[in-house]
Ligand binder design. Structure first.
Ligand SMILES: [Zn+2]
Length: 553
């Protein structure tokens, strides 16, 4: 019999060839055993040099297979989260039910949850485990106005007329992360792997309006790597630059009301100031860098025509490609706003709502993630999935290609190809960060549109989320068990930030604009409550809604 102390030493060596018990072998085998013992000693020395206590775990490829099987075993759990969050359809900063639902699951699974972080009632940090490394999972949770759509229906069919919906598919990201995080936790417990897992929400991502505040609140200070995820039609990741940056700001003008027919000379129109600002900006546009993007909406334009509007507001996004250019563009906007106030004898106040840098993503972690994406492969789409995708593409007059069947190669995007923004960028300048794009949506739909919600509570989203959870869980295992990967990630990040240091684009003391979308959400909540998914009665949301899958013209 092998003694307990010997047994543990043998097991801890991780050398399976010796684990049968070298000490038990008859003397005639010493010729074979002595070289093996030399090998054993070398391995022991090598392992003593490693800082982690991962000896008890099987080789990482076996662990990853185990993780994939555990994700598969949670298919129903994943599908229910995708469907439930879809049914909440909550807008940015009003993700009350969504946040309560996600944190409830995390708490039930042993995570410690802190709610209401960084001045945002729906934001939270959920933590499990102890010590280093600390690996974060992040995904957006908010919906979009006027994108309500029946899932599985390949033409415009809102669940609520004019209502909010998941017209970008932010309902699936947290389902992916929770499945991945719980599987990683299970494996860490089983094999006594040290480290900490964190789960964070992307609050109000459609407004680019939470990560700046989360960074400033220090929520990522001790994090080693952030594994973020976003819905797509591809299974992919990239590194290097990604997206534009912006300042989101509202200029409000304050004038004097008067009877618009009786004594208009007594009035000072705040609406005139808004219009003159917009005219000034649109003339100036010709003399701005062609790379820039800017757009605005008038959020308040007065009440009725016979009252000179005493109050009016306009909300601008100023987009550019680096900190200095964004700051300068914003300064031009503010100068024009001040000039409009002078022309109209009104006063102007500004409320900066949000800001983000352009993103920059970590190459070593993206390489590890991409290798895992390749290993997992695409979902096996059914004929019904493909029929829905093709019908939606025909409906949208888009390229008819069905669903993606090949995983995408690792890419680095040439800068400035995608002018959209995502405030995960703020995180990417504060620690090594990657974004996993998972294939839960139909290719060639319009962004920020009901068509991007068609697939989001169907088997397409369910399967895409499951393969994505596998890739994320496997990458977290890489980070927990390969100190050389963490070191490479840190080195790449140090190079990225050696000359360019992040600083906020919002003025000191700016707080998160948590009032946004409040009234809109209050208006739709009663109808949305009736549509809430009940997994205790229906196996899927499609079943609850009585939708035949797929429903096509
Ligand atoms: Zn998004």
């Amino acid at each position: 019999m092998i003694k307990a102390s010997q047994k543990s030493r043998v097991l801890r060596s991780g050398e399976s060839a010796l684990s049968g018990g070298a000490a038990n072998r008859p003397a005639r085998h010493w010729g074979r055993i002595i070289p093996a013992l030399k090998h054993f000693c070398l391995l022991t020395v090598a392992f003593c040099l490693l800082p982690c206590l991962c000896f008890a775990a099987p080789p990482i490829e076996e662990l990853k297979s185990e993780a994939r099987a555990l994700v598969d075993a949670r298919r129903t759990f994943t599908q229910q989260m995708v469907d439930e969050i879809f049914s909440f359809s909550e807008l940015g900063f009003q993700e009350v039910e969504t946040s309560a639902y996600i944190t409830g699951i995390l708490e039930k699974n042993g995570f410690q949850v802190t709610r209401g972080v960084a001045g945002m009632p729906t934001a939270f940090v959920a933590t499990w485990g102890s010590g280093k490394p600390v690996i974060g999972f992040m995904a957006d949770i908010d919906g979009l106005p006027e994108t309500s759509q029946k899932p599985g229906v390949a033409y415009h069919a809102p669940l609520i007329d004019g209502g909010p919906g998941h017209g970008e598919g932010h309902n699936a990201g947290q389902a992916l992360n929770l499945t991945a995080a719980l599987v990683v936790k299970q494996i860490m417990m089983k094999y006594n792997i040290p480290g900490t897992i964190r789960v964070y929400p992307g609050i109000a991502e459609e407004l680019l309006a939470s990560r700046t505040y989360m960074v400033q609140a220090g929520l990522f200070r001790d994090l080693d790597v952030m594994l973020s995820t976003h819905i797509g039609s591809e299974f992919a990741t990239s590194y290097g630059p990604g997206g534009s940056g912006l300042v989101s700001t509202e200029y409000s003008f304050h004038g004097q009301s008067a009877h618009a027919a009786g004594s208009p000379w007594m009035g000072r129109s705040a609406l005139d100031a808004v219009e003159l600002m917009d005219i000034g900006w649109n003339f100036r546009r010709e003399h701005l860098r062609p790379e820039h993007r800017s757009h605005y909406v008038i959020t308040h334009g007065g009440d009725q025509p016979n009252v000179v509007p005493p109050e009016a507001s306009v909300w601008y996004f100023f987009r550019e490609w680096d900190y200095e250019q964004i700051r300068d563009l914003h300064a031009i906007g503010t100068k024009i706003a001040n000039a409009a106030a002078q022309m109209t004898d009104t006063t102007m106040t500004e409320r900066v709502l949000a800001a983000t840098w352009p993103g920059y993503f970590n190459k070593p972690v993206a390489e590890a993630l991409s290798a895992n994406i390749q290993a997992v492969g695409m979902p096996h789409w059914s004929e019904a999935d493909i029929a829905l995708a093709r019908a939606a593409q025909i409906e949208m007059k888009a390229t008819v290609e069905g669903l993606k069947t090949e995983v995408a190669p690792l890419k680095t995007e040439p800068a400035r190809t995608n002018a959209g923004s995502d405030d995960i960028a703020e995180v990417s300048w504060n620690l090594p960060t990657v974004v996993l794009r998972f294939p839960g949506n139909i290719p060639n739909m319009i962004g920020h549109h009901w068509s991007s919600g068609i697939a989001m509570a169907t088997p397409i989203a369910h399967q895409g989320t499951t393969v994505g959870a596998k890739a994320h869980a496997m990458t977290a295992l890489d980070l927990l068990l390969k100190p050389e990967l963490l070191a490479a990630a840190r080195a790449y990040f140090a190079e990225q930030t050696s000359k360019t240091k992040w600083q906020p684009l919002i003025p000191d003391g700016t707080t998160a604009p948590v009032h946004l979308n409040r009234e809109k959400m209050q208006r739709f909540r009663p109808e949305l409550d009736k549509l809430r998914y009940d997994p205790s009665k229906y196996s899927t949301y499609l079943e609850q809604l009585g939708i035949k899958y797929p429903t096509v013209r």
